[in-house]
Ligand binder design. Structure first.
Ligand code: MN
Length: 744
């Protein structure tokens, strides 16, 4: 940073109250200790800028407002962050409270500082309402995702810590709100970043306001034991130190009481009395090497009896936030149980300051080995490869959730979506019904196009209408989440099944034609079941519907069955020559077909179709010479024909007939359907038939008990291929158990 501000600094003499000046000196001391590389002139300039900006603004306590940013900056300095972080902490409320701009801050203190200050401001504007656990987790992730620079989060934590320390001046309601938010959001974030010390203080301050009575009870118990405790600490401390020194291990031993909230949690979650909380007291033994840690453990267990089940090796298996230590709980000679945590100095820094600890080491990062020590931050933050070690920390980004975006519902719920999501993804995340009836969207109160990419922290509102025609197929190209895509496809699949069937049928048949496969053979009774099995569909309709909505491709489906159809075609051609030469030649003397049927040797005779079996073209047929009514045409599998063959007086009245090649006529036939009784059955069958473009001349249905019903449908079809297809379609209607042609 080159520019030292500013003309105003020199032109206007500042009258800084002694109390503020005192606070500033406290900050300066912390900076000298924690951030030795910082330029104190820059820090001073930032302080004076913030002092002017906040002017006469007061805190709830009545103190000048500047005390707060000074204190927050001091926490940041104590954490050992860098100069930019300290300056940004001093300025962190300037944009929100005093109208300072990014541009001005960037001009005076550099872009990084301005970006950090703006980042903190953005987090401050997010309002939080208490929700269930999943919501809180999303909220925490959102805050982390919104902070593009990890320093933003750390400054926000420092800001919150100071506000919590001075919460007493607020109303009780405000205290509870802030305490709850701290407990649910900020303490867990501190924990995630490994900043134990900060986390403990935030938790203790929160519980003090959330459960003042519970807090006071524990504080009182601890107070009662104060004298006893001091003596106890001294004894244990010196015993351990002496024992280890005698064995050539240099160490530091610290005694401390567990923080109040951890005692509180143990008491209430495990329903224990204060006395039953075993590890009220904890000692830390800090040594130089990992091997020393395990040696120390051995000595401790020699000196004190370990309590079974309380040993944990977080060195071998670090916690997710990279906390490392050996933990054991032992029984002291005085009968007082206590916990011992054994760790190296480096582990200690990480345990106390977490991610912030690594600023402390930054001068030391030069070798590959050192870089590896920080691999966990890389993993945690998924930061890009950074070759220059000095820039490493500056470039720490909180894009650990870069593949997710977090947005608000108008009710304040946080919704997590894949990065790049649009309002359509949001709508389908809420509910498929919301997506399906969506007609518009607002982001942060403004109408936006459906293609708008959502940003972290956006408040998204979906406009729906009952008269919406449903999603558009174009949406499939816009949406980012597979959830939305699936739900849109589902809609097309369900809502437009009939249309899809028609569309799919056209596409499938066109593809058959394109690949020059014989349509009649594909749909033949013999071939169709094999084809459906091969394509894994229960019915032809299902196949068509799948093609129609885009779930299956016509081309791929035809490709799959091509070889089988071609093989069947070849086989059929080999078989055919025989019947073609012999019987087909016989009725050659046909002259004029009547009703599409040529009767062997008879011209222009009256032809009618029997009602018993309603033959259609393609069926094998036979004619019966009636008395006075010409020739009645039956199917060769008609029961009446088969029975008649046994009656000598009728046997020679049967005469050969065959279909004329004429596709324009239609033939009436009746289907008998058995189905499980349900509402809408008739409509479903009727719509399947009409989707197949087949005319239905009559339809009757009745209940036959046992939850079953039968229906008779009379259809006009052109040929048996068409009939087979419609039978398959009807069979596929939900509830239908049997479809058969009438045979008598
Ligand atoms: Mn603040």
């Amino acid at each position: 940073m080159n520019s030292v501000p500013s003309d105003r600094t020199e032109s206007q003499a500042l009258s800084i109250p002694p109390k503020v000046e005192e606070q500033y000196h406290s900050l300066e001391k912390a900076v000298k200790a924690g951030v030795p590389s910082a330029n104190l002139e820059h820090i001073r300039a930032a302080f004076e800028y913030a002092f002017r900006a906040h002017g006469d603004q007061k805190r709830k306590s009545g103190e000048p407002y500047i005390i707060h940013p000074l204190a927050a900056a001091e926490i940041v300095a104590e954490l050992g962050l860098d100069e930019e972080s300290v300056i940004a902490a001093l300025l962190h409320d300037c944009i929100e409270d005093t109208g300072a701009t990014h541009l001005e801050i960037a001009h005076l203190f550099g872009n990084d500082v301005a970006d950090i200050v703006e980042g903190v401001t953005k987090l401050t504007r997010v309002t939080y309402t208490s929700k269930e656990e999943e919501q809180m987790e999303n909220f925490r992730k959102m805050l982390l995702a919104m902070a593009s620079d990890i320093r933003v989060i750390i400054i926000k934590l420092a800001d919150r810590l100071h506000n919590m320390r001075t919460l007493e001046y607020h109303t009780e309601q405000k205290q509870r709100e802030k305490a709850l938010e701290t407990m649910e959001i900020y303490a867990p974030i501190a924990h995630r970043l490994g900043m134990q010390r900060l986390k403990w203080e935030l938790e203790d301050l929160s519980i003090r306001y959330l459960d003042p009575i519970g807090y006071a009870a524990i504080a009182q118990e601890l107070d009662k034991r104060k004298d006893q405790r001091t003596a106890f600490f001294e004894t244990v401390q010196s015993r351990i130190t002496e024992r280890l020194a005698a064995n050539g291990i240099t160490c530091q031993v610290y005694g401390r009481i567990k923080h109040i909230y951890s005692i509180y949690r143990k008491m209430y979650s495990q329903n224990k009395s204060f006395e039953e909380v075993l590890d009220l007291y904890a000692f830390r033994v800090i040594v130089d090497s990992i091997s020393d840690c395990y040696n120390v453990l051995g000595y401790i267990h020699e000196m004190y009896r370990p309590i079974p089940g309380h040993f944990k090796d977080y060195i071998g298996t670090p916690k997710p936030n990279m906390y490392q230590s050996l933990h054991t709980t032992v029984l002291g000679t005085e009968g007082i149980p206590f916990e011992v945590q054994i760790r190296t100095w480096e582990m200690h820094q990480t345990a106390e300051y977490g991610i912030a600890a690594h600023w402390k080491y930054k001068q030391g990062i030069s070798t590959v080995g050192d870089e590896e020590k920080f691999a966990w931050i890389r993993r945690l933050l998924e930061t890009q490869q950074e070759s220059d070690a000095a820039d490493f920390f500056k470039s720490l980004r909180t894009d650990m959730f870069s593949d997710e975006v977090f947005v608000f519902t108008p009710q304040g719920d946080v919704i997590s979506l894949p990065a790049g999501s649009t309002p359509i993804d949001f709508a389908y995340n809420i509910h498929s019904a919301v997506g399906n009836s969506m007609t518009g969207a607002k982001v942060n109160g403004r109408i936006v196009p459906f293609t708008q990419i959502l940003q972290n922290g956006d408040i998204v509102e979906v406009i729906t209408s009952k008269s919406s025609k449903g999603p558009s197929r174009d949406w499939l190209k816009i949406v980012r989440s597979s959830e939305a895509r699936n739900k849109i496809r589902q809609w097309f699949k369900r809502e437009q099944r009939e249309e899809n069937i028609v569309l799919g049928r056209e596409m499938f048949e066109a593809e058959l034609k394109r690949q020059m496969l014989p349509t009649a053979l594909v749909f033949s009774e013999e071939m169709l079941p094999r084809i459906l099995k091969k394509l894994a569909y229960l019915s032809l309709d299902d196949l068509y519907a799948a093609i129609g909505y885009g779930g299956a491709s016509a081309q791929k489906s035809v490709n799959k069955i091509r070889d089988e159809v071609r093989a069947a075609e070849k086989a059929r051609k080999k078989e055919e020559p025989a019947p073609q030469t012999a019987p087909a030649a016989k009725p050659k003397p046909r002259s004029h077909p009547v009703n599409g049927v040529v009767v062997e040797g008879l011209d222009n005779c009256l032809v009618k179709f029997s009602r018993c079996c309603s033959p259609v073209p393609g069926d094998d047929i036979i004619g019966f010479i009636t008395r006075g009514f010409g020739v009645s045409v039956h199917r060769k599998d008609c029961v009446n024909y088969l029975q008649s063959l046994n009656k000598p007086e009728e046997a020679d009245r049967w005469i050969g007939v065959e279909w004329a090649n004429n596709d324009s006529d239609t033939y009436t036939t009746t289907l008998h359907i058995t189905a499980k009784e349900r509402g809408g059955l008739v409509v479903d069958i009727a719509s399947v038939v009409s989707a197949a473009k087949i005319r239905m001349t009559s339809f009757s249905a009745r209940d036959i008990g046992d939850g079953l019903s039968t229906a008779s449908v009379t259809l006009e079809v052109r040929n048996s291929t068409e009939l087979t297809a419609v039978i398959h379609r009807i069979s596929a209607v939900s509830g239908v158990t049997e479809v058969r042609r009438s045979d008598r």
